[in-house]
Design a protein around this ligand. Sequence first.
Ligand code: NDP
Length: 448
Amino acid sequence: MTGKEYVLNVLEQVEKRNENEKEFLDAVKEVATSLIPVFEKHPEYMEEGLLERIVEPERQIMFRVPWVDDKGRVQVNRGYRIQFNSAIGPYKGGLRFHPTVNASIVKFLGFEQIFKNSLTGLPIGGGKGGSDFDPKGKSDREVMRFCQSFMAELCKHIGLDTDVPAGDIGVGAREIGYMYGYYKKIRNANDQGVLTGKGLAYGGSLTRTEATGYGLVYFTEEMMRANNLSLDGKRVVISGSGNVAIYATQKATQLGAKVVALSDSNGYIYDENGINLEVVKEIKEVKRGRIKEYLDYVPSAKYFEGCRGIWTIKCDIALPCATQGEIDENSAKILVENGTKVVAEGANMPSTLEAIEVFQSNGVLFGPAKAANAGGVACSALEMSQNSMRMSWSFEEVDNKLKNIMVNIYKNSAAAAKEYGQEGNILMGANIAGFKKVADAMMAQGIV
Ligand code: NDP
């Protein structure tokens, strides 16, 4: 059987088994097709059924999360944790609290996480989780009661050497704090390394808050440098205005670029003079408000309803940092027509498969999520190391490690692409480099 036949056969099985899980199927398709040259070169991977095994989660947990709101009413949400692959280390991956969370979303995120975590070069397996709970509009006490109920079940499945969750959309320092507090209470254990993204006062790592956004920009900078380009003086459009978007804006600005737009799920702002990040932080991190409030502070800026329009703004670099599927084929074509040269993904799978095809066929430098946004999980693994050693490293120390990791992710992805005859295709290179390490570990550990 050829590598291509093998991949197509496995994809057919995956489609049958998971027919209603579009996001998961897209993620598997993207990874599996880019691995065809690997299976051609290494038939032993086919003989050991590696692709069939890697697309099947080791374990998936779904549970009821009952809690009582401020009016005394009972609310019920659904919680998830997927423990996808532990070949190279404990399951590691964020928790997402957002109304759109379902089994398919958690599964695609968990699948992507396997390769992303492998690319960091650190010993962490792939997992993900979350709930359809929406923290937006809830009081702190409601969020706390929800987090406690969520952790009451989750704590049965996680552990320092088993599974280490972190934040994602809707899960920031506040939620991690409530969850860690409850974990500690019911386990009677100060297992700081069981959750990452903690506050600095109780085992958090400096740079973790900035890590995904900073890492994205370090990756972008390296990808541009390898192609004789630089960030200096470039116009950048960034979607979202959450954790990743804010710190990508900060680092891009520090490195000489001008970020002219940010968004949230209601609309986007455009500021020709460059985004004033202190204002955005005040609105989003302190007031938990909406991005349109930016105009209250900077009246010369413009606000537009609807978030997709952000991709019509002319820019050299586009950094999607909001959510999956936010750049479709049409938005990708507009970006190309407007002369965008670089797209790097801060969010997970923000570009559809059709959009990626548009970028690649038009010579846009494309940094795929699993490589470009791996800085967050890399720094989480550094937080675990510090917790194990009962030590804290300085901001500069962690930031330097983060930068090295991001540069290496780019270099390893570029080298893997070249080795398999796909020079310049960082998407394929990242999939191949991420897969190889996990595959070799699975080969060594037998059929388990
Ligand atoms: P946050 O919750 O801090 O921010 C998310 C941002 O995206 C908000 O501005 C939100 O707007 C916007 N957004 C969410 N859903 C939608 C939607 N359906 N349409 C348009 N905008 C939307 O999350 P993060 O910044 O942490 O995460 C952003 C992305 O980065 C996600 O894909 C996440 O998986 C990925 N990521 C995050 C990492 C991390 O360390 N935090 C690590 C690696 C990847 P609103 O406020 O209106 O909801």
